[in-house]
Design a protein around this ligand. Structure first.
Ligand SMILES: [Zn+2]
Length: 75
């Protein structure tokens, strides 16, 4: 998944003269940032406040399984 990062273009160049329009696209967000943002979102789905069969709770269950799979049997 790619997430666009946006910045606010500057209205002037600092001396009161309108600056050339700056590009608003600065590149994709770092993968680590995107992943932790997604995990934070999914972790709010712990089933306690969700309706039965919540799709995001199922996503959390799948993500949790795959993230912890390499450690199964290690501990
Ligand atoms: Zn949920």
């Amino acid at each position: 998944m790619k997430v666009k990062r946006l910045t606010m273009p500057r209205a002037t160049s600092g001396d009161g003269v309108a600056a050339a329009p700056a590009s608003c696209y600065t590149g994709p967000a770092p993968l680590r940032e995107v992943m932790f943002e997604q995990l934070d979102y999914l972790l709010a789905h712990n089933g306690k406040n969700c309706p039965s069969g919540c799709a995001e709770c199922m996503r959390l269950k799948h993500v949790k399984f795959w993230l912890l799979e390499p450690f199964q049997g290690v501990i």
